[in-house]
Write a protein that binds this ligand. Structure first.
Ligand SMILES: [Fe+2]
Ligand SMILES: [Fe+2]
Length: 293
């Protein structure tokens, strides 16, 4: 299959057949240390190591959701969390090999330093899955599909741009697993949205007013923006957003949404605003209010 192609059929089968931790014992870690990582790469790999390591903590929330123990979901969540955990583990090993300090308590540290929004989600998500029992799977799967696809493209880009041979190989191996994760999420989102009008309504609403890309809840919106600008500078970032939004618009009921583009446009505007002196900031806000009217 070409790199750009994403097959969404038979996703669960493939996940069960191919599930496993990403292999790292055959990689030459001395080469990794000799070549090292650039400052940008340290930032990017640390971001991903933190986010990947939180899958285990997220699993706690997900297992409290209604429907989590249905056969298909149980099979997926088990293998998915296993694989994601080892993505974080492998990135932490690479950082250590290149001289960075990664505490053994990384999973716990990240969990405890999560934003208020992230903490609220941990409480509200299981609750929402009971209140909107029929609709919630579509929401979760659609958000998950966006996160998996952006992560996948992120690792592909990291693999293409790095000079570090271990990071290159690791990115390729992890991307292969992310491709299967995306296929599962996308397929499930398609099914759940197609059969339920209220699910389409709820998913649209949350994508419009509540969406943030992978890691933003944990690391903050501006750190997330910095990650995407480091990995996908200039036109590459625009193309990534267009691709992910285009994919999501193929899902039932979501044909006019652009959550990635909207998120990054808003965050770039906030960053520009934050750089202005206080007086200019106020005038700019008043100006925006007048424009809005
Ligand atoms: Fe991952
Ligand atoms: Fe994944």
């Amino acid at each position: 299959m070409d790199k750009g192609e994403l097959d969404v059929d038979g996703a669960v089968d493939r996940i069960l057949r191919h599930a496993g931790k990403v292999r790292v014992d055959d990689l030459n870690w001395n080469d990794a240390a000799n070549v090292g990582l650039s400052d940008d790469e340290v930032f990017i790999v640390s971001y991903f190591a933190d986010v990947e390591s939180q899958t285990l903590a997220n699993l706690k929330t997900l297992l409290a959701m209604r429907g989590a123990l249905e056969p298909e979901m149980a099979a997926f969540l088990t293998t998915w969390s296993y694989e994601e955990y080892f993505h974080g583990h492998a990135f932490a090993r690479l950082l250590r090999a290149c001289g960075c300090v990664v505490p053994d308590s990384q999973v716990l540290d990240c969990h405890q330093s999560a934003s208020v929004k992230e903490r609220l989600e941990r409480v509200l998500m299981p609750l929402a899955s009971y209140v909107f029992a029929r609709e919630f799977p579509a929401v979760y799967m659609t958000f998950g599909a966006i996160h998996e696809l952006t992560t996948l493209r992120g690792y592909e880009r990291l693999g293409e741009s790095t000079k570090n041979p271990v990071l290159k190989e690791l990115s390729a191996r992890i991307a292969k697993q992310e491709r299967r994760h995306f296929a599962f999420y996308f397929n499930q989102a398609q099914r759940s949205l197609a059969k339920n009008r209220r699910a389409r309504w709820l998913t649209r609403l949350l994508l419009r007013y509540y969406f943030a890309p992978v890691g933003a809840g944990l690391k903050g919106n501006q750190t997330c923006l910095k990650l995407y600008q480091s990995l996908f500078p200039g036109a590459l970032g625009t193309a990534l957003c267009a691709e992910v939004d285009g994919r999501i618009r193929r899902l039932p009921g979501l044909s006019d949404l652009a959550p990635m583009t909207e998120f990054f446009t808003t965050q770039r505007a906030s960053k520009r605003l934050a750089r202005l002196p206080a007086g200019h900031r106020l005038r700019s806000r008043i100006g925006q209010g007048a424009d809005a009217r």
